[in-house]
Design a protein around this ligand. Structure first.
Ligand code: SF4
Length: 258
């Protein structure tokens, strides 16, 4: 039985790993995210207020932005520690903090035993990626998309942005050995380009690939609008956003809910 060690746990806490279970009223089971009635209650009771909007599509997008951290957490563990966390939806719960104004949940895994590569790292890696996406994120994306009527492409881009951010930050880490650097680079390419659609449960393509385009002036232009601007309390535009958010665009986008 292999587990994460203390150093690895400390590193993964930066990606919101939680090793302690929160009180039941501060816990959302992964499976709850797939339950329409439960989610409607969470949307109405908690998220509307925290996210400063009652627009369901905006809440759906913001929720998946926060959920995307699980991808960074699991992939970091895979690429840096060679440890595969069981990220199937049944094993995950979100730990929330009622006093956190930003509502940034952390992730608790009921069973924190991990798998290791063994003799075939490529097979092991495919399994880790498949568990993360097919057995978790794809289900959440489908569920939130149908519950809140937001396009899946927006939700997939929300996930993709965090995957890119995690790997691109990691590749700047000067403490990586040459061997680690090559492995991280290769894993990054695999996850966003080479991993087949079957690992994601999507029909024809890897759902992350379409969003992986070169940065310009250190910014990768989003293809879809995440609707973050709707949650702004004082009507601020998104200053760092690559999408030109003209007034017309905002109104039309909010109206269309995409
Ligand atoms: S304009 Fe704002 S709301 Fe739209 S994608 Fe950019 S950050 Fe998100």
């Amino acid at each position: 039985m292999v587990k994460l060690n203390e150093i690895e746990i400390a590193a993964l806490k930066k990606y919101r790993l939680s090793t302690e279970e929160a009180a039941p009223y501060e816990t959302i089971k992964g499976l709850d995210l797939l339950n329409d009635d439960l989610m409607k209650r969470i949307f109405d009771k908690k998220l509307q207020e925290k996210l400063n909007t009652d627009k369901q599509n905006v809440i759906g997008s913001m929720l998946v932005k926060r959920y995307a951290f699980i991808a960074a957490l699991v992939l970091y563990s895979m690429s840096v520690f060679d440890k595969g966390i069981n990220s199937s939806i049944e094993n995950v719960s979100l730990q929330t903090d009622e006093n956190d104004p930003l509502w940034l949940p952390s992730f608790n895994f009921g069973n924190l035993e991990v798998t290791t590569p063994g003799s075939d790292r490529a097979d092991w890696r495919a399994e880790v990626v498949q568990t993360l996406f097919l057995k978790n994120i794809t289900k959440v994306v489908s569920s939130i998309s149908s519950q809140t009527k937001i396009a899946k492409s927006v939700l997939w881009e929300n996930i993709a942005v965090y995957v890119f951010w995690m790997y691109e930050t990691l590749l700047k880490d000067e403490s990586l050995t040459n061997e680690q650097y090559s492995k991280v680079q290769e894993d990054f390419h695999y996850v966003v380009i080479d991993a087949p659609p079957s690992l994601f449960g999507t029909k024809s393509r890897n759902p992350l690939s379409q969003f992986y385009q070169p940065k310009q002036n250190d910014i990768r232009t989003r293809k879809t609008c995440c609707l973050f601007y709707v949650t702004s309390t004082n009507g601020d535009r998104c200053t760092t956003c690559p999408i030109e958010c003209s007034k017309t665009f905002i109104k039309e986008d909010a109206k269309n809910g995409s």
